[in-house]
Design a protein around this ligand. Structure first.
Ligand code: ADE
Length: 310
């Protein structure tokens, strides 16, 4: 996988030479390059931003500099497009989202009033796997088409499903915004050029720039590449993974008792069937209590009778 990152602080990504990502580079699994956006400026101050049109605080990143950089990295010639910026223009998750009308709405369910019945209700109301979006992350990104990704606190949330989808891409190009963000015409222009452009938020909070968000997305994506993790099994049973994404059960190691707290007896029983059931119940209960929104998206076909009792 080829990865280009554009930032005004490219040194931020020096850490990618460390740990598993460093090893993945050495093995040739990923080829990453961090570019300095200022290399595409022409003025003595190397300026990349300007004041917001319409007024307001802060500075906005200029489209001209970004476009020169992105044209170079994408191998595109500058042109004039017929495009407008729509309020709803966001990430490329369009088409893979579960239609909200099809899923049980859990918005007004609080942690306190979440009860086991909720699971059965949500499961019954959830779409069958045929109608629902692909939550298992079937490849939807052709490996020969670059994907241009801008972190943006005002975009849809980046999820494990996005990470799985993007792990099939051959070329990812990340653009890190700073200040009050980037001119909205930049993603609009590249979309109009037929580029697969995504904008993602990594959470409902505002960071100083896109660098941290890109690091988060990059790690979530690349650890899914075959050969990236030492132990491939460790990504199979994780939270948010697979067709029925649940929060993971709790983990314990030895000793069986530590400072007065015991590991649940069932985990010491040696009965694998019971251990699996215990872990599955715990995953369902934790998800029901902490993330009812995930319960609402469960595919009932992938649940068994015992799940419904939980
Ligand atoms: N840039 C600033 N805050 C961000 C966030 N929460 N997600 C993605 N990009 C950001």
């Amino acid at each position: 996988m080829k990865i280009d990152i554009v930032s005004v602080f490219p040194e931020y990504f020096d850490v990618l030479n460390l740990s598993l990502f460093g090893k993945a580079q050495a093995k040739g699994l990923v080829e990453v390059k961090a570019h300095n956006l200022r290399d595409w400026t022409h003025d003595v101050h190397h300026s990349v931003d300007d004041t917001p049109v319409g007024g307001g605080a802060g500075m906005v990143m200029k489209p001209e500099v970004w476009a020169e950089c992105l044209d170079d990295l994408l191998g595109l010639e500058p042109t004039v497009v017929e495009a407008t910026v729509n309020a709803a223009d966001t990430a490329g998750t369009a088409g893979t989202e579960v239609p909200t009308s099809d899923v049980a709405t859990m918005a007004d369910v609080t942690t306190e009033d979440a009860s086991p019945d909720i699971i059965a209700t949500a499961v019954d109301a959830a779409p069958s796997s045929d109608e629902s979006a692909d939550v298992s992350g079937t490849p939807a990104v052709p490996a020969d088409r670059p994907v241009l990704i801008f972190p943006n606190p005002s975009a849809p949330l980046f999820t494990q499903r996005d990470a799985t989808e993007l792990s099939h891409a051959g070329h990812l190009l990340f653009g890190c915004g700073r200040y009050e963000g980037y001119d909205a015409r930049i993603p609009a222009y590249y979309r109009a050029q037929g580029v697969d452009v995504r904008e993602y938020s990594i959470g409902d909070y505002v960071l100083n720039g896109g660098e941290v968000a890109v690091s988060v997305m990059l790690e979530a994506i690349t650890r899914l590449l075959p050969g990236f993790m030492g132990n491939a099994e460790s990504i199979v049973e994780e939270s948010y993974t697979g067709e029925n994404a649940l929060l993971e059960h709790r983990q314990y190691t030895k000793p069986a008792e530590w400072r007065g707290i015991r590991v649940p007896d069932i985990l010491l029983s040696g009965d694998h069937g019971k251990v699996d059931r215990f872990r599955r119940d715990e995953a369902l209960e934790r998800t029901n209590g902490l993330r009812p929104d995930l319960i609402a998206q469960l595919d009932c076909k992938a649940l068994d009778k015992a799940d419904r009792k939980t």
